[in-house]
Design a protein around this ligand. Structure first.
Ligand SMILES: [Mg+2]
Length: 315
């Protein structure tokens, strides 16, 4: 573990450095608060800092305040080093955001214990961050396919549509639905059904551009949001998705007919509202289903409902 020491007194600094080294810490030492603050702003900064209170220029208290104001992650644990032992000073130090303090001349055993307490806090903090990130991941992803979930892909589309209002570009959406999925579930069971969903998701992801977005929109329905993609581009991609899945021969159970998908394509030149764009793609998908499945259909003006035309014209 790395520790930052800021101490203007060379003897005391050296003593700290040697002591911490002996205990197995990696030490970065600097002679004043300004240098310490510079190091603490780096992305690879040590997460534990021992700051002397009294230093020329920027003192330990000021450094501490700056660190807390920045509120960066991971958390920086600050141990204030002070010759002052009066209670009021200690309170001022803690109010500035120091986690702990140690009076000089320091007692080696005490320092060791204080550092151990600091490490424990930092470990807990790191654990909390991991848990939080995992929760965030869970809240935005579909657990079965690991694609974006419905709420998130919807939000992504909303954001893209906001973006094109400012930039005058095109965004396209594709609604993809697995053909005869209910039959697969009924015949082979839900485990195979789940495997089909995962494989289909995986298959589509491999075809997409890195900046395309894909989410699980419903049971066996996927929504793709394609930024900077016009009608021709979206149709080409949809057709590629269709053929990739159809030729992949995704036969996950014996006797299973090869898997196919139906696709509905719509672009923002048709509708600029999230709901109406999705419902236009849905209407096209419905046509693809009714025309025999395993095919791509493009949404037309007729697919945009009267209500959304009105909304679109007001936007
Ligand atoms: Mg000093």
């Amino acid at each position: 573990m790395r520790i930052l020491i800021a101490e203007d007194d060379p003897v005391s600094r050296r003593l700290l450095e040697v002591t911490l080294h002996k205990w197995g810490y990696e030490v970065i030492a600097c002679p004043d608060g300004m240098a310490a603050w510079q190091i603490l702003q780096r992305p690879d900064t040590p997460s534990l800092a021992i700051l002397d209170w009294m230093m020329p220029g920027m003192d330990g208290l000021q450094v501490c305040r700056e660190v807390r104001q920045q509120a960066a992650e991971p958390y920086i644990y600050v141990l204030l080093l002070t010759a002052k032992s009066q209670k009021t000073d200690i309170i001022a130090g803690l109010e500035a955001g120091a986690d702990d303090y140690l009076t000089k001349p320091f007692d080696a055993n005490e320092l060791r214990m204080r550092l151990r307490a600091g490490r424990r806090i930092l470990d807990l903090q790191a654990e909390l961050i991991l848990v939080r990130e995992a929760l965030r991941d869970q809240a935005t992803h579909d657990s079965l396919t690991n694609l974006w979930n419905r709420a998130t892909i919807y939000e992504i589309l909303q954001r893209e549509l906001d973006h094109i209002r400012r930039t005058n570009t095109t965004v396209s959406v594709i609604l993809v639905d697995i053909d005869y999925f209910k039959r697969i579930n009924d015949t082979y069971g839900h485990l195979i059904g789940d495997a089909v969903l995962r494989e289909t998701a995986h298959c589509m992801q491999a075809v997409l551009r890195p900046y395309d977005n894909i989410g699980r929109y419903g049971g066996e329905e996927f929504l793709l949001v394609l930024p900077e993609c016009d009608t021709a581009g979206a149709m080409t991609l949809a057709e590629r998705l269709r053929t990739t899945i159809a030729t992949k021969a995704l036969t996950l159970a014996e006797g299973m007919t090869p898997l196919t998908v139906s696709l509905g394509v719509a672009t923002s030149s048709l509708a600029r509202e999230t709901e109406s764009l999705i419902s236009a793609a849905d209407a096209a998908l419905y046509r693809a289903k009714n025309s025999g499945r395993n095919r791509v259909e493009l949404a037309t003006v007729a697919d945009v409902t009267a209500e959304s035309v009105l909304k679109g014209s007001m936007a």
